[in-house]
Design a protein around this ligand. Structure first.
Ligand SMILES: NC(=O)c1ccc[n+]([C@@H]2O[C@H](COP(=O)([O-])OP(=O)(O)OC[C@H]3O[C@@H](n4cnc5c(N)ncnc54)[C@H](OP(=O)(O)O)[C@@H]3O)[C@@H](O)[C@H]2O)c1
Length: 231
């Protein structure tokens, strides 16, 4: 495992952590990982969300859509860290990706700056899709390779990273930003496989995660959740 960290773990057991997209595939595993490590968790979900994976868990609930500024402000109040997993991974057009993945991330980050100036960590779950594909064995996709996303989804994740980095670097509040870029994960992935996080570009701590075997795809979700936790 190769992990380079610049930020360090800033939450302690007992700290309250907000997980957006908490009922989703990655989010629900992350909630379990956080609870297992002694954190308290507030799950941000929608009234329409399927809560099958997390309904039974001892968590707080915040019901709102990412684009609902007032609801999002209430959701971030009093938490020590935010793990932003909510996103669209599929949509019929680019504008829908941009509305949820970019503007939704901005709404959340702005809410943190306004309603929770003492926030210690804002973890943005991006994707290797933001980096774009490798052109071949000699084209290593790492922090030195300029991003070249090819899909609407990847472009929206990169645009969200850039918007958040601007807010993190701005003089008006300093978002305590970490960006991770997990590789493809799915319920069919081998849960006993291990994943290899690696760091990619930027001023703020940024990390991508890929499988140990191929270096490119299909880590197991428990390892992804563990990787998100250490970031
Ligand atoms: N799975 C992977 O292989 C993979 C790889 C790399 C990166 N990621 C990233 O990991 C994160 C989670 O992905 P996933 O695979 O777990 O996806 P998922 O299962 O589809 O979960 C997406 C979550 O986002 C929520 N969401 C979508 N639109 C929203 C909105 N407007 N307001 C509030 N919540 C909204 C969904 O809520 P509802 O249930 O209410 O729709 C759901 O909880 C994403 O940021 C994705 O880019 C995933």
């Amino acid at each position: 495992m190769f992990v380079r960290r610049r930020g360090g773990l800033v939450t302690e057991p007992g700290d309250l952590v907000l997980v957006t997209g908490a009922n989703g595939f990655v989010g629900s595993h992350l909630v379990e990982a956080l609870l297992a490590r002694g954190h308290r968790v507030r799950c941000m979900v929608r009234t329409t969300s399927d809560l099958a994976f997390i309904r039974h868990l001892p968590v707080e609930w915040a019901y709102c859509d990412l684009c609902d500024g007032e609801g999002v402000r209430a959701a971030v109040r009093g938490v020590g860290a935010v793990c932003h997993c909510a996103a669209l991974t599929r949509a019929l057009d680019e504008e829908t990706f941009l509305r949820v993945n970019v503007r939704g991330a901005e709404v959340l980050a702005r809410a943190c700056l306004e309603a929770n100036p003492r926030l210690r960590r804002f973890l943005f779950v991006s994707s290797v899709a933001a980096a774009g594909p490798s052109d071949g064995p000699s084209d290593t996709v790492d922090e030195l390779r300029p991003p070249r996303p090819v899909s609407w989804y990847g472009k929206s994740k990169l645009a969200a990273e850039q918007a958040l980095q601007t807010m993190a670097g701005g003089g008006d509040g300093r978002l305590p930003l970490t960006i991770v870029r997990p590789a493809r994960d799915s319920p069919a992935a081998n849960r006993s496989a291990c994943c290899r996080p690696y760091v990619v570009a930027c001023r703020v701590p940024t990390m991508a995660m890929a499988s140990a075997s191929s270096g490119l795809s299909s880590p197991c979700t428990n390892s992804t959740a563990g990787g998100l936790w250490i970031s």
